[in-house]
Design a protein around this ligand. Structure first.
Ligand SMILES: NC(=O)c1ccc[n+]([C@@H]2O[C@H](COP(=O)([O-])OP(=O)(O)OC[C@H]3O[C@@H](n4cnc5c(N)ncnc54)[C@H](O)[C@@H]3O)[C@@H](O)[C@H]2O)c1
Length: 360
């Protein structure tokens, strides 16, 4: 089925799995603004009621179905009522997947399979969009002349997933291509880089989501820990830009069957983020910490294909985006989770150093 141009979403029913999450809730807002009718499916496994309220959802949300993507009858019923499906549900942190691989397999592999088979069987779905991740690139091309130097990740380069999360997403990409190609179904795979912005609440034990972490720890008067000295390079893309890109991606014909990076093309080191946050919290102490295993050295997105296919570029630069995040935390101090208040620098470093062993 060929999607219509991107301004034709009026009245379209869009199912967002993981719709109560950080990206899902932003997408829901962008879709509503475009005249679409978003429906959310989420197990509410990632966040407590306070965060969900800040994200504009919760158990009393009339557009949210609380359920698991492994619940096949439920998924089939919701997919049967959708014109588009965006698959954002995932056990979505590196640390979470490393310490609980069974949940990673259940949500990111088995759950993705359930959603994909429902889409393949439905004739009403015009396009399926998978949110993969830039983590599939790992440290980058193994043959770069200076592997310690950050560069640019291009969609067709060799992939090098370094952890269970990245592996699960790479599998989801392949499964999407295989199942939906056989079913002659339209799909697009997106690889978001480091998404950040208001609404983001860190997950316990995770070393990622540094804009949120640094801001909240600085607000609490705690140290900003730079694993590996903060030399890792990231490409920070603002949450609202990601939502805009996904909305465009749903109906642009040229996106059919494509795999697209979702980034800004700008390189920012983790240390630069900490230093920018410290401008708002001059007393914040920046401290070097040991490297976290399985944390990619990183690079920025080659955005050539994204810009050409979507005819779009992100609008929020990282400095402006961090400023907006800091303002959000200042206005919503209850966004800082209680577990963060109880942390010490040592407890954080220990969590990074020793993820629980994989259960045998
Ligand atoms: N945030 C980022 O920087 C980033 C970067 C690249 C890719 N992604 C991907 O984008 C997607 C959305 O990310 P996010 O930042 O909003 O994460 P998130 O954790 O905020 O949202 C994921 C949502 O999925 C739900 N979920 C998890 N397992 C489920 C299951 N079995 N059934 C139903 N719902 C389930 C969670 O409750 C959560 O609300 C994820 O697939 C993630 O891997 C995120």
């Amino acid at each position: 089925m060929t999607p219509q141009p991107h301004d034709d979403l009026t009245g379209a029913r869009v199912l967002i799995t993981g719709g109560a999450g950080f990206i899902g809730t932003a997408l829901r807002g962008a879709l509503a603004a475009a005249g679409a009718r978003p429906a959310l499916l989420d197990s509410l496994s990632a966040y407590g009621p306070t965060t969900l309220t800040l994200l504009g959802t919760g158990t009393d949300d009339p557009h949210l179905t609380v359920g698991d993507i492994n619940d096949e009858p439920l998924v089939r019923r919701l997919v049967a009522n959708a014109d588009y499906v965006v698959h954002a549900a995932a056990h979505s942190s590196v640390h979470g997947c490393t310490t609980d691989p069974q949940t990673a397999v259940r949500s990111n592999l088995a759950g993705t399979d359930t959603v994909l088979r429902a889409v393949a069987a439905a004739r009403n779905v015009r396009r399926f969009v998978l949110l993969s991740t830039a983590q599939v690139y790992g440290h980058g091309a193994p043959h770069t002349p200076r592997p310690e130097q950050a560069g640019v990740f291009t969609e067709d380069q060799q992939l090098d997933p370094l952890n269970i999360y990245a592996n699960s997403k790479l599998w989801a990409e392949g499964h999407t291509r295989q199942l939906l190609s056989v079913a002659e179904h339209d799909f697009t795979i997106l690889r978001p880089f480091s998404v950040y912005g208001p609404g983001q609440v860190p997950k316990k034990g995770a070393a990622s989501w540094v804009v949120a972490q640094f801001t909240m720890y600085a607000a609490l008067g705690q140290q900003l820990l730079l694993n590996n000295g903060g030399r890792q390079i990231r490409d920070f893309i603002f949450r609202d830009d990601v939502a805009d890109a996904i909305v465009r991606c749903l109906t642009i014909p040229a996106a059919a069957g494509r795999t697209l990076n979702l980034g800004t093309g700008a390189q920012t080191s983790v240390r630069e983020v900490a230093e920018h946050v410290r401008r708002h919290f001059p007393n914040a102490e920046i401290v070097d910490a040991p490297r976290v295993a399985q944390d990619p050295l990183g690079a920025c997105a080659d955005t050539t294909r994204m810009q050409a296919v979507l005819d779009w570029s992100p609008s929020v630069g990282v400095g402006d985006g961090i400023d907006r995040y800091v303002q959000w935390v200042r206005h919503a101090p209850n966004a800082i989770p209680d577990w963060m208040r109880a942390e010490t620098s040592n407890s954080r470093i220990n969590a990074w150093r020793s993820p629980a062993p994989v259960p045998l």
